[in-house]
Write a protein that binds this ligand. Structure first.
Ligand code: HPA
Length: 263
């Protein structure tokens, strides 16, 4: 961090779907931006953002800046999480687009996953190269999850308005390898296994965060119905700027609550 950056922020927000189109100045004062070098290559740029309540957070768009530069299967999670730890962040709040498996979920809904089914097959899920004590415990930090859920009840998303529906029930996210979409048979299998939503992002991000001692929780925006799950509904898809403009204010509100709780 450079000398003219505000005091060291402890929360890093990872932007997912549509984050690359965001004009951060709509959400606060934009500070320095840097692209950390790590033993795993360059991490996604981190920008300092000071919200209207004066709180400074780090903000990083996983999939690129200005345009979609890398899809979920090509995100360098090891570099990103390593950089997050090196910069002294202690908590990560992220947003991701997901496909709805649970028929109770509709496009545009928001959920905060409590559990994870890791269906990835070739992603490096640790940051070390020798034997290491296995990590255990829930993938998502329960208190951080509650903080996002609380923020959902108080934040005023820029564009989402009154039609914003969030589900407080603990949902399970299944992470697939990509870049291809799932087959109908795979989604049917995940549904039977208890998955509510599907995405390609959270593994190994969440495992690396836990290994590196960073608290982690995620806000998921339902962008589409998973393969074969529209069930007669309009097969709407929502991958546009509304996703990011909905999610960032909620996560900024959650970061504010976290900061107040740690004072
Ligand atoms: N499948 C996998 N990843 C996704 C989807 C999906 O349907 N929607 C958003 N990310």
């Amino acid at each position: 961090m450079t000398s003219d950056s505000p005091s060291r922020p402890t929360t890093l927000i990872y932007g997912g779907t549509a984050a690359y189109w965001l004009d951060l100045t709509e959400f606060g004062a934009v500070g320095d931006s840097l692209t950390p070098e790590t033993p795993f290559g360059p991490a996604a740029p981190i920008t300092w953002l000071s919200g209207r309540d004066g709180l400074t957070v780090g903000f990083s768009s996983r999939h690129g800046v200005g345009e979609l530069q890398r899809s979920a299967g090509f995100v360098n999670h090891r570099a990103n999480l390593w950089a997050a730890q090196q910069f002294g962040f202690r908590a990560i709040l992220s947003w991701n687009g997901v496909g709805a498996i649970n028929p109770a979920l509709a496009v545009g809904d928001l959920v905060v996953p409590a559990d994870l089914l890791d269906w990835t097959s070739s992603r490096r899920a640790h940051s070390f190269d020798r034997w290491h004590q296995p990590t255990a415990g829930p993938p998502f930090d329960p208190a951080l999850r509650e903080t996002i859920l609380h923020a959902l009840t108080v934040a005023r998303p820029t564009e989402a308005g009154a039609d914003l529906t969030h589900h407080a029930a603990p949902v399970t996210y299944v992470c697939t390898e990509g870049p291809r979409l799932e087959t109908q048979a795979e989604i049917a299998l995940f549904a039977r296994a208890g998955a509510d939503v599907v995405g390609m992002t959270l593994a190994p991000e969440v495992w690396l965060a836990r290994e590196l001692g960073l608290r982690y929780a995620s806000l998921c925006f339902v962008t589409n119905y998973a393969t074969g799950m529209a069930r007669g509904r309009e097969p709407t898809r929502e991958f546009g700027p509304r996703v990011a403009r909905t999610c960032l204010p909620i996560l900024l509100a959650a970061a504010g609550r976290l900061a107040r709780a740690s004072r």
